[in-house]
Structures are given as C-alpha cells and as structure tokens.
Design a protein. Structure first.
Ligand code: HQG
Length: 179
C-alpha cells in the first residue's frame, strides 16, 4: 500500500474538499470512516483500501495528521474548507515557532501572521518542527519566535492542534521576532 499517496488523498478529502467525497463533516471535522472508505473505493488506486490500511498509514507517518476515535476520523489541522472547524482554546507554551520563506518575511513583519489559504495560522512547538515546515517553502527557511504566552495573556486565541502543532487565528507582529 502506498501510504504517502493514501495520506495525501485523505488530507485532501478531510482538509480541503469533503464534498467531493460526499463526506458529512461535523463542526469539529469528524467524518464517519465508512463514508471515507466508500469514497476511496470508488477510485482505482484505493478500491481495496481498508480501515486497517488507514490506521497503518497513520501509525507509520512521522507527523500526527489524523485521529480515529470509534467509527470516525478527522484531521488535526490544515483545513481550508469554508466551514470553520472549531478547535479548543488552550493556553500555549511561552514560546512557539514558525518556519517560513524569505519571500514572505516583509509582509509578515509588516502585517503579522495570518492564515492565508487555511483556517488558522500554524505554529510549531519546537525549532526542528518549524525548520521542517519552513523547508516546504524555502531551502533556507526563516524561523520566527512567537511570544505566545504573552499574546495569550493579551487576549490572542491559541488552539491545540497536536503535540507539535499549535493554531492561532492571527498573530500580530509585536509578538513575532526573527530567531
Ligand atoms: C505565510 C504542513 C505573507 C506563512 C506543515 C506560510 C504545517 C504569510 C504561508 C501545516 C503571512 C502559508 C501548515 C503574511 C503567513 N504575509 N505570508 N501576512 N502570514 N504567511 O502551507 O504554516 O505536512 O498554508 O509563513 O507541516 O507553512 O500538510 O502554512 O509560509 O503544520 O501535515 O504563508 O501544513 O503540515 O503556508 O503549514 P501554509 P504552513 P502537513
């Protein structure tokens, strides 16, 4: 089984286009696994995929992108669908990090971090994770340190994604420093 391909397909379905897969998604992003499997089975690449394959894909991945509880599955982060996925507000650690590209730096330092095509700004728990995120955009990514706890104390909302990923609606520039 091509687990990377399966993960990409499921990411597209759960984060970006559940309607293309006829998925009924609730406000926390949960969908019935059966519906997802039915949709996958309509595609040649995944016509024999099972729930065990999905579980295995989750288990072998270096990133925790999805969770299964009972008969439902959801993505932890990354959504771009019009219906905003509700996340639980949580007090962040003192500092979070964000890896980005040089070409975005001027706009970020002028305007703050905003979600762009996703629903939330994605922040990293540690510098290594931020490096990996930033490398998707630039060979030599810029790492930003976010004064998250100070921002939280000033009323900025943060949300827990997974143990490496935090989310925010917006991060004003006064909380952002280049590392
Ligand atoms: C930038 C992956 C200009 C921002 C990763 C980023 C992550 C601005 C880009 C998750 C800006 C958006 C999300 C502003 C932010 N002006 N540019 N004001 N504010 N930006 O891909 O955080 O592998 O939507 O710096 O690992 O890179 O898919 O967000 O460079 O966890 O599971 O706009 O996606 O996870 O890019 O990545 P993205 P991201 P997966």
């Amino acid at each position: 089984m091509n687990y990377i391909g399966l993960s990409k397909e499921i990411s597209y379905a759960l984060r970006h286009a559940p309607w293309e897969y006829e998925l009924e998604m609730d406000e926390e992003g949960w969908v019935p696994i059966e519906q997802l499997l039915d949709a996958l089975h309509r595609e040649n690449d995944w016509k024999n995929a099972t729930q065990e394959d999905i579980q295995q894909m989750i288990d072998v991945s270096d990133k925790k992108r999805y969770e299964i509880i009972g008969s439902r599955i959801r993505a932890f982060y990354g959504h771009s669908i019009p219906m905003k996925i509700s996340k639980i507000k949580s007090r962040p650690p003192e500092v979070l990090y964000h890896g980005t590209a040089r070409r975005f730096m001027k706009s970020i330092m002028d305007n703050g971090l905003s979600p762009q095509s996703r629903q939330y700004v994605h922040l990293s728990q540690d510098i290594e994770t931020a490096q990996n995120v930033g490398q998707r955009h630039d060979d030599k990514p810029y790492i930003l340190a976010i004064a998250a706890l100070k921002a939280w104390n000033d009323g900025i909302s943060f949300y827990y994604g997974n143990e490496k990923v935090w989310l925010a609606d917006f991060v004003p520039r006064i909380y952002i420093k280049e590392l």
